[in-house]
Design a protein around this ligand. Structure first.
Ligand SMILES: [Zn+2]
Length: 356
């Protein structure tokens, strides 16, 4: 119970105080406990979080029935109610503390660009974003032969290797965490439009394995980014791209380049339709087939009654969705993913010209 005020105080100190968050992450024992915890839950090949959800779901029905019977039978009703309330508050306080200490605090962390040495990008022209899309389109076309159905246990292994490589380049990723987990009821996840979930309560990166195969390595790397204390979705997407490209496996590289292309290409749509079309034409036939397969997968779920509740997560990364829903052109505030992709593009361009 006392852990709740402690974590609340930490959260108040960390609010807008990225230096404190760095000290917390680098010098306090709690992040190391979280890491060891992830290695312990990582021993299990299945998602411990998923199993717990099913147990809690089934268990809560039993508890409610027990509670109703007890309240009818018990003589000291007030004492029983007080004890029940106290127990519920204790469980709530523990869960709240785990959430804050293992993940919530990192919402105040510095952006990834500061850890990897990229300059922040403010202004982006449509032409520059187009250049980034061209580079990514070339990458996906070259790698498209690699798209295959890879067993999730191999994907989990390769995700760790990709982060090992990334850690050699950037020390902020040098720690080893538990491997990502494939969710058993991935189909159910698809109906809610969720590609993956990071569970701080079990320190696990849970991935939807039912979706179109090219998404899976990227999503495994995305959820792992949260494990490394980068909580913002856009930043996790960018880190996932970096990790995929550091992999020695072309299937991972294809996945990373593909999602980066889709996310950048979608934003190009909003600033320059002509350039967007030009970039669209660069995509090879086989890559386009994969994009269509992905759209058809999500559409087929939406067509069912249950699927109507599908969230917009899949739509965010779905190129065809944008094509069908012609959004107005106009000034957009770029997502952090795009800003970071442009920052990387500029950084590499500078490196090349410095070498010449
Ligand atoms: Zn995420």
């Amino acid at each position: 119970m006392l852990s709740a005020p402690f974590s609340l105080i930490l959260l108040i100190i960390a609010d807008n105080n990225s230096t404190f968050v760095d000290v917390y992450r680098d010098y306090l024992i709690i992040p190391q406990i979280a890491r060891i915890y992830s290695l312990i839950t990582g021993i299990f090949p299945f998602s411990v979080a998923e199993i717990l959800i099913w147990f809690v779901g089934a268990g809560s029905i039993v508890i409610i029935i027990y509670f109703i019977i007890s309240i009818i039978k018990k003589k000291e009703k007030k004492k029983f109610l007080f004890n029940t309330l106290f127990n519920m508050l204790t469980v709530g306080a523990v869960l709240f503390s785990i959430f804050i200490l293992f993940c919530g605090i990192y919402y105040n962390r510095r952006g990834i660009s500061e850890y990897i040495g990229y300059e922040e990008v403010e202004e982006i022209s449509a032409e520059e974003l187009y250049e980034v899309c061209v580079e990514l389109a070339n990458q996906v076309n070259e790698l498209s032969y690699a798209n295959e159905d890879m067993d999730f246990s191999k994907i989990a292994e390769e995700t760790r290797r990709a982060y090992d490589n990334l850690g050699k380049k950037y020390s902020v990723f040098s720690d080893v965490y538990g491997k990502p987990k494939g969710v058993i009821f991935s189909e159910v996840m698809s109906y809610t439009g969720i590609a993956g979930v990071f569970s701080p309560f079990t320190m696990e990166a849970n991935v939807n394995t039912a979706q179109t195969s090219y998404n899976i390595p990227f999503d495994a790397c995305h959820e792992m980014a949260h494990m490394y204390g980068f909580m913002r979705e856009d930043e996790a997407n960018f880190i996932a791209y970096l990790a995929c490209m550091e992999s020695d496996n072309d299937y991972f590289k294809y996945s990373g380049a593909m999602l980066a292309f889709i996310l950048c290409h979608n934003e190009l749509f909003e600033v320059d339709l002509d350039l967007w079309e030009k970039a669209d034409e660069l995509i090879s036939y086989s890559v386009n087939e994969d994009l269509i397969e992905n759209s058809e997968y999500w559409d087929s779920l939406e067509e069912t009654e249950f699927g109507e509740t599908i969230s917009d997560i899949s739509e965010n990364i779905n190129d065809t969705y944008l094509k069908a829903n012609g959004q107005e052109e106009g000034v957009v505030s770029y997502t952090r993913m795009v800003k970071l992709m442009v920052a990387k593009y500029r950084y590499e361009k500078n490196q090349k010209s410095a070498l010449q």
